[in-house]
Ligand binder design. Structure first.
Ligand code: B12
Ligand code: SF4
Length: 452
């Protein structure tokens, strides 16, 4: 007999949040697998910008963009004790709590609740969701997984209120749990080493899928000291590019989706193994989509041929991970890119038809030991190359190579309080990178005139 399983994508609690093509991909992958095993799966998406009840209550004025990104509903809430000193308002992004309660009431007969989590410092929204689940549908076991549960496992076990905290990839763990707890032997078990053996995510549970995330791989071949990819994934695994094209074609036909966002850590690494055959397949099948890469791409691999292909296939939002123009720091942090590679890549992208304002280049700021001068020089370098600098504030992440250094230099207790991982606090910024310098650099970026 099938079980009724309720998936929950909790709220974001933060000073600011914008929906940059954000969807609970990991949770929906698990949903797809549970369905394949004949379970009855439902979703409550606390971040749903199209929730009918919210639209009825607050009107349809929420600004969404044609590419599928946009604003969330938000309500100002009280700051947690640890953030009281910060003079910014703190918000709950997503649906109102009473609407969440109503939705839970409709699923009183659930056998199991699965809650996901994203950024480590968003845990208060996760905790509130679990608390309300306990109040509305007590006696239903609650399992917590996702990024926060993986990276801050001890904290989650101690404080989240979930019955079980599962770190790491959830697919096989959930199947094992269902067998141990409910005696349900799985009828279908995917091969963890073969990403194409996983059923598609249960995207049809999303109310209005104005855009969908796609993942062609898990992990990354690089090992940058500030990044948690090497902590989260032991290996770099890829799908077959033809199967990825099948998936995009499937969602275009079934849900009429045009906009797709790639969540890969290394979409452009070794282009002949993924991006080139994938885009060639999309073009052969005459699939017309609009593609977005909010997560930084690798610059090193941009040949003229690849750049032309990206442009012709409809890659609209392209963002690159450059992080710094300081050659010493580039080498120390992992060596994923060099300055001449940025110059070359921008030149090729412009030849293909991209404008300067289309080519977003992330610059990490607020890293331990990083001066304002280094950040400013990196910004200037990106502007000289003819691209658009985007500041990415450093968030310290447990388990990364930089973590010990981050803990030593931060004035905040990042070891015990994940709220202090919040990038907008610049929690590890050096004395030589004061907040005023950050504001000044941001202003200069806003005012900079980009060449065409
Ligand atoms: C796409 C992405 C973004 C997107 C969208 C965000 C999103 N969807 O969450 C954008 C570009 C907006 C973004 C922004 C940022 N991001 Co980001 N992002 C990612 C990325 C690449 C993918 C997330 C994802 O969906 N993964 C794919 C799915 C399949 O994995 P998953 O969700 O983990 O799910 C699996 C398991 O966790 C588990 N699971 C999940 N849910 C559940 C539930 C249960 C019950 C169970 C049992 C299991 C389970 O099973 C799933 C399947 O195996 C991750 C890195 C990564 N590779 O995961 C970074 C990552 C989450 N981001 C990170 C960072 C640093 C940032 C930024 C701060 C960068 C910056 N400095 O600007 C910003 C902050 C944004 C903000 N407003 O605060 C860090 C985390 C930081 C932290 N402290 O938590 C990560 C881990 C990358 C890194 N550098 O280490 N990001
Ligand atoms: S920052 Fe990018 S290149 Fe470096 S390990 Fe993370 S995902 Fe890979």
């Amino acid at each position: 007999m099938s079980l009724k399983i309720l998936l929950i994508n909790p709220w974001i609690y933060d000073f600011a949040a914008y929906d940059f093509w954000l969807k609970p991909l990991g949770l929906l992958y698990i949903g797809g697998l549970l369905r394949q095993n004949n379970h009855d799966v439902h979703l409550i998406d606390c971040l749903n910008p199209y929730h009918p009840e919210m639209r009825k209550r607050y009107g349809s004025t929420l600004k969404r963009r044609p590419y599928g990104d946009g604003k969330f509903f938000r309500q100002i809430i009280e700051k947690p004790e640890a953030l009281k000193a910060f003079p910014k308002s703190y918000c709950r992004y997503g649906i109102a709590p009473d609407i969440f309660r109503q939705e839970l009431q409709a699923h009183k007969d659930a056998d199991l609740v699965l809650v996901t989590s994203a950024m480590t410092y968003w845990y208060p929204g996760v905790f509130d969701a679990i608390k309300i689940i306990r109040e509305e549908i007590p006696h239903v076991p609650v399992i917590l997984g996702g990024k926060y549960a993986t990276l801050c496992r001890d904290h989650a076990v101690k404080f989240s209120g979930a019955d079980v905290v599962m770190g790491g990839a959830g697919e096989l763990q959930i199947l094992k749990y269902l067998e141990a707890r409910f005696g349900r032997k799985p009828s279908f078990v995917p091969d963890e080493e073969n990403l194409d053996s996983f059923p598609y995510p249960a995207f049809d549970l999303i109310g209005i899928p104005e855009q969908l995330p796609i993942m062609t791989s898990r992990g990354c071949p690089y090992r940058c000291s500030y990044c948690s990819s090497p902590v989260l994934y032991k290996k770099f695994l890829r799908r077959d590019p033809e199967r990825v094209a099948d998936e995009i074609e499937y969602w275009q036909e079934k849900l009429k989706v045009v906009n797709f966002s790639f969540y890969d850590d290394a979409l452009l690494a070794e282009p002949s193994k993924m991006i080139t055959p994938l885009l060639t397949a999309l073009r052969k099948r005459r699939l017309k989509g609009q593609f977005h890469c909010p997560n930084g791409l690798h610059l090193r691999n941009i040949s003229q041929e690849l750049s032309d292909l990206l442009f012709a296939t409809g890659f609209k939002t392209i963002r690159f991970g450059f992080e710094t123009a300081d050659p010493a720091r580039q080498t120390q942090t992992g060596g994923k890119v060099k300055n001449d590679e940025l110059i070359r890549a921008v030149d090729r992208l412009k030849k293909s038809g991209y404008r300067s304002s289309d080519i977003g280049v992330y610059i990490l700021c607020g890293m331990p030991g990083q001066s304002a001068e280094e950040v400013q020089q990196s910004v200037d370098f990106v502007l000289q190359c003819g691209a658009k600098p985007i500041l990415a504030e450093y968030s310290p992440i447990p388990g990364t190579k930089m973590w010990a250094e981050a803990a030593v230099c931060s004035p905040f207790d990042i070891l015990n309080e994940p709220l202090y991982h919040n990038n907008s606090l610049l929690p590890c910024a050096d004395k030589r990178f004061p907040y005023v310098a950050y504001r000044e650099i941001k202003k200069k970026i806003r005012e900079a005139e980009l060449p065409f």
